[in-house]
Unconditional design. Structure first.
Length: 132
């Protein structure tokens, strides 16, 4: 099941399928109510940054704690979908992904995201997540 609807015409990274797999895994875990599984898409580092209109959270554990506080149960998490994904290489081990997110629970909300991925030993991981 592909959860990330992508625009292939603007995706030129040779590792785009691996990055899409990371995002698909995040969506799968989110929709199962598994925040820790969702967090596997992020770099487990102190330099991870999660930026929203409410501010910036730094560090994997702090981002996890923020998600748990904001979404204490599967009901609050709702159903997530990513759309209009565009992926571009910045270098051999850095990529940028842009897209839209949609969360359906009692109502449908959504917005955009800009992600910086780094290719780590464990594979591609998000190091900066700017979501609005």
């Amino acid at each position: 099941m592909l959860s990330c609807k992508k625009d292939n015409s603007n995706s030129n990274t040779p590792d785009k399928d691996q990055i899409i797999a990371v995002l698909d895994e995040q969506v799968l875990n989110w929709n199962q109510g598994n925040i820790e599984g969702y967090m596997n898409g992020y770099s487990a580092s102190d330099y991870l940054q999660f930026i929203t209109k409410k501010g910036r959270t730094i560090g994997w554990k702090n981002v996890l704690d923020r998600y748990i506080k904001s979404y204490p149960s599967k009901k609050e998490m709702g159903n997530l979908q990513f759309k209009n994904l565009i992926i571009n290489n910045i270098s051999n081990d850095i990529a940028h992904a842009y897209g839209n997110w949609q969360l359906e629970k009692d109502s449908i909300v959504g917005g955009s995201f800009s992600l910086i991925f780094k290719k780590e030993l464990e594979g591609w991981k998000i190091i900066i997540d700017h979501t609005w």
